[in-house]
Structures are given as structure tokens and as C-alpha cells.
Design a protein around this ligand. Structure first.
Ligand SMILES: Cc1cc2nc3c(=O)[nH]c(=O)nc-3n(C[C@H](O)[C@H](O)[C@H](O)COP(=O)(O)OP(=O)(O)OC[C@H]3O[C@@H](n4cnc5c(N)ncnc54)[C@H](O)[C@@H]3O)c2cc1C
Length: 345
């Protein structure tokens, strides 16, 4: 159990994940004036940045520096040790140590999983071909930016929020863009059929082609991407493919440590896991059966966890009613509340 305040020696808090949820939670922890020595491990090479704005990198509207939320100075000012480009490869919950990819072993008194999500990649052959990308990190966005220019035929697999944002950003660079979606309507978890039809019309007007009800089976080409093939229907030509087919919480590390995991790392209303000194926040967690993929819930979780972990346990997190809006210039789509396909509910 962690009791941070009032201890003569500082306890070691290790944070795995330098993303928006982990760092926002650390910001909240600092407000409690904790007696923690904090180390944050991040396998990306950038200090905390605004992931939400990645499509503006693809579109060439912002630079990576513009997206920085907490520069290295911030970590320094708060006495936080930041280990960038350092992947944590093992957690020993019994010994209370973690092992980094460089082999270094670090002891902890409290451990925070903020490992986020990874892109969910459907079973499609040929994903290793040059010109096939996922869209999650600053490096992904920069790679897309480098390959996107006028005349390129871009295919985005996935017609959810992320896919449509990627599509619009690519189109703004001059690419000819097709969105391929497996369900029969776009953004099916956020808008109803009428809303989706409106959205599709607006995208057509912007010059973005939409193919619905298509199961992508292969990315075709010799070394490089040349086409995208489907379970039925003709293949379409492609120079660049973006997979934007959902996310999967990063739970392998927690699972290996014996922490209870379902789809996400299981947490209670205090953001405690099944291990008394291990906590979790952000897209990697599952709370009351829900894994969130948006920022607002993660910020709420961070406040509660900061109280819990600093010995001020009391506030509870009971879940978030989510609201989303599509950040695509020229198309206004907002969605709020619980999604259901039951017309009577
Ligand atoms: C393009 C895009 C647009 C988005 N737009 C919106 C939006 O408009 N509105 C909204 O609310 N949300 C949006 N989101 C979602 C939002 O960005 C996420 O919900 C949020 O960033 C998740 O934060 P996180 O810290 O939980 O996870 P992440 O951001 O995934 O951060 C986790 C970090 O931990 C690192 N990590 C994982 N495992 C390890 C390990 N073993 N060792 C070291 N480091 C590790 C990861 O590399 C990553 O850097 C968008 C996401 C994307 C990709």
C-alpha cells in the first residue's frame, strides 16, 4: 500500500507510458505535493505531445514542436526523471521491479501503467509492404506526411473518427483518397444511418470516395503497395494505405505481471488494479466494463488516481458519458451519450 506524504525518504513512483493520460495524471499528483521520486518511461522519442492533433502534422499545418504539451524543461523543473525511447519489457510484481529494454532493473514502491493503446490491425495480408501505415504516433504522422502529395492514391481502411480524420488530412495534401469501411455505414458507433448518409454526402462533396461493406483482404504489390484487394469486388489501385480500424489496449506487460486484465487492465473506482501497489490510467484500463478511446475520461481518471496514490483516497471515478466531434474541416458531426442499436431504448 502507498502512503506518500510524511515519509522521511521519498518513495519511488514509476510510470510506464509518457502519453497524455500518464503525464496528465502526474500533473495531478504534483498538485498533492507528494514525496515521490518519479520516473517516467516512454518508448516514443518525444516528450508528452498532443496526440489529438496528429492529423495536422499529416496535413502540414503544424510541426512536431507545435504539438508539445510538456517539454523536457517541465520534467526537469518538477524533478521528474524522463526516460525517452525506453521500452519497459518486464514487470515483477512480487519483487516490485521493472526491467527496461536496455536490461536495467528499477525498483518501485508504486507503479503506474499508462501504456495506452495500439492500432488494431485486421487480418490483411501484405501489411509489410512499403507504403502501408498505421496512424497512432508522431512518427506515424510524419511518415504519412513524407509520402503524401498530389497525385498519390491513398486508401484509408476504417471509416471511424480516426480514419476520416486521416482521410481529410491526406486529401488536403493533394492525395486522391478512398475510405474503405467494413460496416454498411460510416462511424456506426457514433451516428445513426441518417447521420452517416449525410456524412458520406459531405465527404463525396469534398472529393473523398467512400466504399462501404467491403472486407479488405490484402495489400497487393511487389515490395511496394500497388492495390488493395477485397473479399468481393474488384481491387482498387493504391500507392499508400492507412489502417485505421480501431485500437487495442496495451495490456501484455500487466498481464505478464499477474495483474488482472480483461480487454483492458481492470481497475476499480479508485483506479487501483488487483495489485495493491500497482495502478493504471488511460486507454489501457477497463473500468466497469468500459475501455475508453477518448481524452476526457482519461483526465477524469487521472484526478481520482492522483488522490488515491498520494494517500488522499476518497474521490471515485464512476465512468464518463462520452461526447465526440469529428475534426474534419467542412463536416460538422457531433455525437454524445450512450451508443445503442436498439430503437426502443
Ligand atoms: C490521430 C488521433 C486523433 C485523436 N483525436 C481525438 C479527439 O479528437 N478527441 C479525443 O478525445 N481523443 C482523440 N484521440 C484519442 C486520444 O489521443 C487518446 O485517448 C489519448 O491520447 C490516450 O492517452 P494514453 O496516455 O492513455 O495512451 P497513449 O497516448 O497511447 O500513450 C501511451 C504511451 O505509452 C507508451 N508505452 C506503451 N507501452 C510501453 C512500454 N512497455 N514501455 C514504455 N512506453 C510504453 C506508448 O508508446 C505511448 O507513448 C485521438 C487519437 C489519435 C491517434
Amino acid at each position: 500500500m502507498i502512503v506518500a506524504a510524511g515519509l522521511a525518504t521519498r518513495q519511488r513512483l514509476l510510470v510506464i507510458g509518457n502519453g497524455m493520460a500518464g503525464v496528465a495524471c502526474v500533473e495531478q499528483i504534483l498538485k498533492h505535493r507528494p514525496r515521490f521520486a518519479i520516473t517516467i518511461f516512454g518508448d516514443e522519442h518525444y516528450p508528452n505531445y498532443n496526440r489529438i492533433l496528429l492529423s495536422s502534422i499529416v496535413a502540414g499545418e503544424r510541426t512536431p514542436e507545435d504539438l508539445t504539451l510538456n517539454g523536457v524543461d517541465w520534467y526537469r523543473r518538477h524533478g521528474i526523471e524522463l526516460r525517452l525511447g525506453t521500452r519497459v519489457v518486464d514487470v515483477d510484481a512480487a519483487a516490485k521491479t521493472i526491467t527496461a529494454a536496455d536490461g536495467a532493473v528499477h525498483p518501485f514502491d508504486a507503479l503506474l501503467f499508462a501504456t495506452g493503446s495500439s492500432p488494431a490491425v485486421p487480418p490483411i495480408s501484405g501489411l509489410q509492404r512499403e507504403g502501408a501505415f498505421v496512424f497512432r504516433t508522431l512518427e506515424d504522422a510524419q511518415a504519412l506526411r513524407a509520402h503524401a502529395h498530389a497525385g498519390v492514391q491513398a486508401v484509408v481502411i476504417g471509416g471511424g473518427l480516426l480514419g476520416l480524420e486521416a482521410a481529410r488530412a491526406l486529401q488536403s495534401t493533394g492525395c486522391q483518397v478512398t475510405v474503405v469501411h467494413l460496416p454498411e455505414h460510416l462511424m456506426e458507433r457514433c451516428v445513426d444511418a441518417a447521420g452517416a448518409a449525410y456524412l458520406q454526402t459531405r465527404l463525396w462533396q469534398l472529393g473523398i470516395r467512400v466504399l462501404l461493406g467491403r472486407r479488405t483482404t490484402a495489400i497487393v504489390g511487389e515490395g511496394r503497395v500497388r492495390a488493395v484487394a477485397f473479399a468481393d469486388g474488384d481491387p482498387i489501385p493504391a500507392d499508400l494505405v492507412v489502417i485505421a480500424a480501431g485500437i487495442r489496449p496495451n495490456v501484455t506487460l500487466a498481464q505478464g505481471a499477474g495483474v488482472a486484465v480483461n480487454r483492458g487492465i481492470l481497475v476499480n473506482d479508485y483506479l487501483e488494479t488487483s495489485h495493491p501497489d500497482i495502478f493504471a490510467v488511460g486507454e489501457c484500463v477497463e473500468h466497469r466494463g468500459v475501455c475508453y478511446g477518448l481524452l476526457a475520461p482519461l483526465l477524469e481518471q487521472g484526478k481520482v488516481l492522483a488522490a488515491t496514490i498520494t494517500g488522499n483516497k476518497g474521490p471515485v471515478y464512476t465512468g464518463t458519458t462520452i461526447a465526440t466531434s469529428l475534426k474534419v474541416t467542412g463536416v460538422d458531426v457531433c455525437s454524445a451519450g450512450q451508443w445503442t442499436d436498439d430503437p426502443d431504448s
